[in-house]
Design a protein around this ligand. Structure first.
Ligand SMILES: [Zn+2]
Length: 226
């Protein structure tokens, strides 16, 4: 009987997780697996180029959004520096609960799931910059998500909704950017930035494509050729 139960458990836990999210298997104590997992060659090849990046919660200047806990602020209670930006609707508290969260740029979804109750739902998207670098954007504490690993998403596409991580926090979006081809959840607070980038600064820097990254205008080509 025990053996049968064990086999059923093994079968259901194995089939619940696709190969893409094995990086976020939980350990026995419920914390996320801290090992560093690299994206598969297929995922790297399938990561699309992103010409332009935008704020994951709205307009260019994010007029309706404020950054409640900025990147790398020290959080004594959490014994570390904040590894992302906490984006909130200007109404405060839970007024932004359920607000749309958008893909910051064209990309490939490499994780969508709930690694732990404190993280809530998490989506990770990989992007290829026009320089060819792989960046990952991470969206955490989501109320729900509308994508799955392997999905190609476009900039501004709704990928989920602002949530509270199962009531752990007032509603906000914990948003991270990483220079990495690894799927690495991290802890939200850290002593060393490692591959973490300043998220909103990165978005601002990549908001406008350089002129040569865009398709050249036909007239400009004709003038150049003659
Ligand atoms: Zn945060």
């Amino acid at each position: 009987m025990m053996l049968v139960a064990g086999l059923i458990f093994l079968f259901t836990t194995r089939s619940k997780h696709s190969r893409l999210d094995t990086a976020l298997f939980l350990q026995a104590d419920g914390s996320a697996d801290p090992r560093f997992h690299f994206m598969s060659p297929w995922q790297l090849a399938a990561t699309p180029s992103a010409v332009r990046f935008d704020s994951p919660m709205g307009s260019a200047d994010s007029a309706l959004v404020y950054n409640a806990q900025k990147f790398w602020e020290m959080n004594e209670a959490r014994h570390g520096h904040h590894t992302g930006d906490d984006l909130n609707g200007i109404g405060g508290m839970n007024t932004d609960l359920g607000d749309p969260v958008f893909a910051t740029a064209d990309g490939l979804v490499v994780h969508a799931g709930q690694p732990s109750p404190g993280w809530g739902n998490v989506v990770i998207i990989s992007h290829r910059t026009m320089k060819g670098e792989i960046l990952q954007s991470m969206y955490a504490h989501l109320l729900d998500f509308k994508v799955k690993p392997g999905d190609l998403v476009s900039r501004g596409q709704r990928i989920g909704s602002v949530g509270t991580a199962n009531g752990y926090y007032p509603a906000h979006l914990h948003f991270e950017m990483r220079a990495s081809d690894g799927v690495d959840l991290g802890a939200g607070y850290a002593a060393n930035p490692l591959n973490h980038l300043d998220p909103m600064k990165t978005v601002t820097d990549l908001r406008n494509a350089s002129p040569d990254a865009l398709s050249p205008a036909p007239l400009a080509m004709i003038l150049k050729e003659n």
